[in-house]
Design a protein around this ligand. Sequence first.
Ligand code: SR1
Ligand code: MG
Length: 396
Amino acid sequence: MTLTAPTTYKALTEEAAIELAKAIQAFDHTAHLTCREIGDGNLNYVFQIEEEATGKRLIIKQALPYAKVIGESWPLTLKRATIEANVLKKHGEFVPSLVPAVHATDEALAITVMEDLSHLEIAREGLINGRQFPRLSQDIGEYLAQTLFHTSDYGLHPFEKKRLAAEFSNPELCKITEDLIFTDPFFDVDTNDYEPQLQAAAEAIWNDRKLQLEVAKLKKSFLTEAEALLHGDLHTGSIFAGPAETKVIDPEFGFYGPIGFDVGLFLANLIFQTITREGEDRQEIVAHIEKTWEVFASSFTELWQTQSVESFKETEGYLEYVLGKVLADAVGFAGCELIRRTIGLAHVKDLDSIEDNDKRISFKKQALQTGRELILKREQTASIKDLVEILKEARI
Ligand code: SR1
Ligand code: MG
């Protein structure tokens, strides 16, 4: 459903969000509704509307014409709302139970009306608080395999694949990733943000010529390999999780890119938890890392064997080559994510919320060291166990 009026952009207030919810007949016009702005991300407003009498809820998400985390000095395209809604719908064709339902959109207002997920918890918050999400890796492994296979040349007619690649051209949001993940953290630029105790570690990265060459290669993959319709920002803050359910939200960075990027970002955000945890608690996350890859690889293999349209699908060694490259890329992209979330502009609560100063700094040094190792050793990573070994070796 597409809304019809109004047609010019105006930032919603809580009152206007209630009016809108009634206008699209999501609730009866006599319903008593309440509204809260609950967005905690970097970029958008998220209004949660509730009918007190029935407990029925829905979400109206609105993109702002600038990055909320920085302010009006960083203008940002409103088109990202349309990209996000369309990625949710496209991915929802393959994994309807793993993404929120989109009820309505309005391109001019840059809003998406969607399913409320407040019975679940943002995975990052839950993991930081030691919550167990037994389905997390199973569901994300499946999400990755289904969405990436079905939007790639392995699963689609080439005309449809190229049509989608054009539809999901997302230059402004890609530029943010190109700068914040692949460029700025590797140079001494003003937008980097790190604690003074990390000065020497940051300088070591800026002066590491070997590392820079490998990051340049990974950036090239991100820029040029239009392989599948990615989520584009698949960190644990983009996932709602609960004991029996997982939902992936927020694909406003969606575009056609290398499959390993989504895989790597998710793995990196689990890796932060392997850095801050010990013993059994750490092992639980290592198990999630292994299972994510195992589920992804086995589901992708099954889709390849049963649904691939690729003429070379039965050529010996080709699937293994494709999966091997996805793993190596994912390991490298994970390394970039670890580094950028530690000294770049946008951080993660997993590290920043550690109150003990020495511990926090030591964890951050470990994140930088792990990131470097993953980037440099990615081509030698033949299995997910090899990645786990790198994590172990990089522990300080
Ligand atoms: C200004 S945007 C900073 C970061 O927030 C988003 O969630 C992306 O991860 C982006 O890199
Ligand atoms: Mg986001």
